[in-house]
Design a protein around this ligand. Structure first.
Ligand code: NAP
Length: 307
């Protein structure tokens, strides 16, 4: 067990975690940020270009992640590259157990983000950020006038397809079943758009290209026949997985695993806070993660001053 008693341990160093670190540090808290990956930034790092963050049009996701981290470094935030194994509430304090040791802290802020479910087909990893995207609102503008494919049949896939249809010349929607899972109202809107072509009972089997995506091989699941679609972009929308397992049985989560907390990041467990994509909320973007981090850090500071 580490001797130091931290005020706040932040788990995750994406935009939410780093924003919380900056606000928490400025509020005078003794903070430790734990990050699983050697580089801060979370999902931002793999975003080719970010064009919807106020004041930084067209910034590369990588540069943005580096700038966020540099800001926290400038304030002297302490980082620890490690994998957290468990969080325990000991009443007066919490423990955060990693592979190496156990840390004590008054409060914990979970900002471990969410991961887009992967499709697991050849080319997906290779072309991530080079035509393969998991976020139409983030990356759609880069495919203006082009042909793209959206994979999935849930709300996100339908919303993405509708959004992209306004920007792109043509949008294929590839869905593995005969009917969509997504809301009827979205289906109606989608069917009304002439530049969307739906391929039901089809699976995406391979993404190809040279430097960027050039085509997608799809398979008709009824006939077994494969064909190639010429596309510049492949938007994968097959679900999202919040990284909230650490708070299972500690705080309330919804059926999809998102932690229930208001904009202040306060959960139903005193001293446990959440920010960013781990929190149940309507819009998951960098700007909302940054706002969440600030709010949750201030909530944590208030908690620490009273406990
Ligand atoms: P989702 O509802 O879980 O849908 C995932 C879709 O991807 C399903 O159509 C599923 O097919 C398909 N899929 C899953 N794994 C696949 C695979 N390996 N290969 C091919 N297809 C695969 O996920 P989501 O659309 O990301 O939405 C997440 C949650 O947010 C949902 O609860 C959704 O309702 C909610 N949401 C709500 C709104 C809104 O209310 N406006 C907007 C966005 C999201 P099957 O249908 O065959 O299972």
């Amino acid at each position: 067990m580490e001797d130091t008693m931290y005020d706040l341990i932040i788990i995750g160093s994406g935009p939410a975690g780093l924003s919380a670190a900056v606000y928490g540090k400025r509020a005078g808290l003794n903070i430790l940020v734990m990050e699983k990956n050697p580089m801060s930034g979370g999902q931002v790092l793999t975003t080719y270009e970010v064009d919807n963050y106020l004041g930084m049009p067209g910034v590369s996701g990588f540069d943005m992640g580096m700038q966020f981290r540099a800001h926290a470094d400038k304030l002297g935030v302490e980082f620890c590259e490690t994998t957290v194994e468990s969080i325990e509430d000991k009443g007066d304090f919490k423990t955060v157990k990693t592979q190496e040791k156990e840390f004590r802290t008054k409060a914990v802020l979970l900002a471990s983000g969410a991961e887009h479910a992967k499709l697991g087909v050849p080319g997906e990893e290779e072309f991530a950020g080079l035509g393969v995207s998991y976020c139409a609102t983030c990356d759609g503008a880069f495919f203006r006038g082009k042909t793209v494919a959206v994979i999935g049949g849930g709300d996100v896939a339908l919303e993405d397809a509708i959004y992209l249809a306004r920007i792109c010349e043509k949008v294929y929607v590839i869905h593995r079943r005969d009917e969509f899972r997504g809301a009827r109202v979205l289906q109606q809107e989608l069917f009304g758009l002439s530049n969307i072509s739906v391929l039901y009972s089809h699976a995406a089997v391979k993404i190809q290209g040279n430097e960027m995506v050039e085509s997608l091989t799809v398979k008709d699941l009824k006939t077994g026949e494969e064909s190639q679609l010429s596309v510049s972009g492949v938007f994968i929308a097959v679900g999202i997985r919040p990284n909230t397992q650490l708070l299972e049985n500690i705080t309330s989560r919804d059926e999809a695993g998102y932690i229930l907390a208001g904009e202040d990041g306060v959960t139903d467990r005193p001293g446990i806070f959440v920010a960013g994509d781990t929190r149940k909320k309507p819009l998951r973007q960098i700007v909302t993660a940054v706002a969440d981090g600030a709010n949750a850090a201030i909530s944590a500071a208030s908690y620490c001053s009273q406990n």
